[in-house]
Every structure is written in C-alpha cells, then in structure tokens.
Design a protein. Structure first.
Length: 275
C-alpha cells in the first residue's frame, strides 16, 4: 500500500472507532438514569448517616450541584467514560486491523494475548478500586471530626470516583509492560530478578502517590496485587529467557559475532535409497 492508501485506511478506522464511541456514549447517557448513576453513587450512599449530606431525605444520599451546567457536565463525563469502556472491543479491533498486516505470525499471536490481558487487568484494577472506595471515603471524611457538616458536590465526588477507577486500572497495566519488554529482548529475567526488592519498594511508593484517597487501606489494596503481578511477570520472564536460550543453543553459529560470517558446510547430503 502507498502512503496515501495507509492514511486513507487510518482515517476510515478512526472514523469507525469514533462512531462506535459516539453511539456507546449515547447509550451510556441514557443508561445514567437507569442504573449507572446509582452504581456510581452506591459507595457514597453506603456511608454512615453522619457522613452524608441529606441523609434524612427521601433517597438518603444527596450530592450538591453548584452551577446550572454542573449536572450536564457530570452526566456527559460519566457517559463518555462509560462509552469508551463499552466500545473498547470495537475500537481495539479497528486498531488491531490497522496494524495486523505489518506483523509476523508470532507477533499477531502476542498482540491478541496482550489486548486480552490488558483488558482483563484494567477491569481487575477498576473492580478493586470500586471495592475500596467506600472504606477510603469513610476514612477520609471521618477525619473531619465532630461538628462538621460534610456536603460533597457531585462534580468533586464523581471526579474522585472516576480518577480512582482509572488510576487502579492503569497501574495494573505496568507489570504487563515488563513482560512486553522481556519478549522483545530489552529487559532480561536476570535484571528483573536482581531488581526485585527495588521494584517492590517503588511499587509501594507509586501506590502511595497515585491513590487519590491517600489512606493506607487503599494504598495496600493497590500495591499488594501489583507486587503479585510483578512477581508473576518475573517468572514469565524466566520461562521466556530459558526458552530463548534453548533456541539459541540449537543454532550452530550462535557463538559467532554479528559481523562475522558463518562457515558453510559444502558436504553433499545423502540421497534417499527408497525406490
């Protein structure tokens, strides 16, 4: 394909992905009043009455909107992120269909595995963030002490929830990057194994800075699974390096330099004696 043909295909792929995102966002915008909004407010509604504004009202958990367009922007933000998640299989396919012709067979196999693994890890991280949300909120809001009326605005609360979900989801992708670097030969198992203590320490520091709640419970809930995933990545790198070493040992000229010519075997091969 020519450069113009590549650009034309890229334009078409992007247009299809944006159309899928627009449709999914519209569906999520409608879904907001049919369960999505309640799902986001559920951690806040589960807090003790003393930590919720309007706990004596009909729904028992009120969030403040301080400007006329606040409700619209909140709904659009939630609908856009939910639409991005709902349409992820389609726009990931468009990306995959664009880069697949330039990949080898083993690279295609690795690519499918990485897309599936990254989606699963992001979902796992977001799930753990949602589970820890109520405990983190209760700890943070409880530090205000007695005599303080806590009234969260809808913008602040929903922004906090979305940032926590994204932070957990993205952080769980980091060990997968280590596996990718090992597969392409940039990062060896020896380096990973030798740096294990530093990796675990920096993981805890990273979790302490990334978690919006800044409480020990949420920090450990992010750091401990990441440590387990990094250890799994180290073991995967060990297996990959062993297989790579076995393949290199089978080669006849693996001990030659890259700029050294390999000798040729000029002996004739034996002919088959079968009739």
């Amino acid at each position: 394909m020519t450069l113009v043909a590549h650009l034309t295909e890229l334009r078409n792929r992007i247009a299809k992905a944006l159309l899928a995102l627009l449709i999914a966002t519209a569906v999520a915008f409608w879904w907001y009043d049919h369960g999505l909004g309640e799902f986001i407010r559920a951690p806040y509604c589960g807090l003790p009455d003393s930590l919720r504004y309007g706990s004596d009202s009909a729904d028992g958990c009120g969030l403040l909107v301080t400007d006329p367009f606040g409700g619209v922007f909140i709904r659009l933000k939630v609908a856009f992120l939910a639409g991005a998640v709902l349409s992820a299989p389609f726009w990931l396919y468009q990306l995959w269909a664009f880069i697949t012709p330039g990949l080898k067979r083993n690279e295609k196999r690795y690519g499918i595995g990485f897309v599936a693994a990254s989606s699963l890890l992001f979902a796992l991280g977001a799930f753990l963030a949602y589970v820890s949300l109520a405990k983190g909120l209760q700890l943070l809001l409880g530090l205000a002490g007695d005599g303080v009326v806590i009234a969260l605005t809808a913008q602040d609360y929903i922004g906090f929830v979305l940032s926590l979900l994204i932070a957990f989801g993205v952080s769980f992708e980091v060990p997968l990057i280590a596996i990718a670097l090992n597969l392409v030969g940039v990062l060896s198992h020896e380096v990973l194994s030798r740096s294990r203590r530093w990796i675990f320490f920096l993981t805890i520091v990273f979790a302490a800075f990334v978690t919006p709640t800044q409480d020990p419970f949420t920090m450990l809930l992010m750091a401990l699974p990441m440590i387990v995933l990094f250890e799994l990545a180290i073991q995967v790198a060990r297996v990959v390096d062993k297989r790579r070493a076995k393949r290199a040992a089978v080669e006849h000229f693996h001990d030659l330099d890259d700029d050294e010519a390999s000798p040729l075997d000029a002996r004739p091969s034996s002919l088959s004696t079968q009739p």
